[in-house]
Design a protein around this ligand. Sequence first.
Ligand SMILES: Nc1nc(=O)c2c([nH]1)NC[C@@H]1CN(c3ccc(C(=O)N[C@@H](CCC(=O)O)C(=O)O)cc3)C=[N+]21
Length: 282
Amino acid sequence: MTTLIDGTTTALRIRARVAEKVAHSVRIHKRAPGLATILVGDDPASAVYVAAKRQAIREAGMRDVHHTLPAEASYPAVAALIDQLADDPDVCGILLQLPLPKGLDSAALIDRIPVTKDVDGLTTASAGLLARGADGLRPCTPAGVLWLLDAEGVELRGAHAVVVGHSELVGRPMARMLLQRDATVTVAHKHTVNLPSITRLADVLVVAAGVCGLIGAEHVKPGAAVVDVGIHRTDHGLRGDVRSRELQGHAGLLTPVPGGVGPMTIAMLLANTLVAFEQGQP
Ligand SMILES: Nc1nc(=O)c2c([nH]1)NC[C@@H]1CN(c3ccc(C(=O)N[C@@H](CCC(=O)O)C(=O)O)cc3)C=[N+]21
């Protein structure tokens, strides 16, 4: 029997709890957390994601501070906007939507975000804290994955976790966070030779390779927990990195696409923003 993990419902529950805390803070401090989103250019997928995030920000009772810059925006123009938001006391979180148009140095721009406002957890400073196992804001997608695994009661300590993908956004922080939870962690990726021989070792398999349908039954140990972080728009609708139909009755737990990790990413963004806000309170 394969249990499908419902990320949509869990995410809505988290968002409702964040909204309660925001309302409380507004009553006590007369201030709501402000979250700034920056969208550069007009990539349609990015526009959809940012719109979803902004709606969640407003529904949580937070202040929705948004800036769209043209695709031709210069590095100094984006940098100046980030610096302005960094200095704005009414903004407690800054999200620079990725990917940026070609020619803009995303790593350098992300690193202009102060670590205290890094609600995406993507700055070098936040990654350094995570690498050390110190407290800090964590990247939203891996945080959402851990939340779902915890909610299902999946034991991580001592388990063999295999992460497929080594992106700065998901794979690398995911591996570090699993290690922090005392899992035995293997990082594989789309160039890994004999990938099924590695992934079949996994008790917990997190797939964030960005390759549609990369993982099938031959990659999965029977009963394993499989988390699909991939998201691809195909002629047949949204698909993940996992061929989910093959895993029915084979995996123990499986996150669907859509309705799995995606909604959790947004919920974790709000949770991080609340933390940043509370830590910024006098
Ligand atoms: N600085 C930055 N931070 C990010 O967190 C970030 C980013 N850049 N760039 C792009 C990725 C992607 N991402 C998603 C968020 C929500 C869903 C989501 O809610 N997905 C729905 C489906 C929505 C749909 O129709 O596409 C679901 O899976 O059920 C998906 C993907 C955040 N990202």
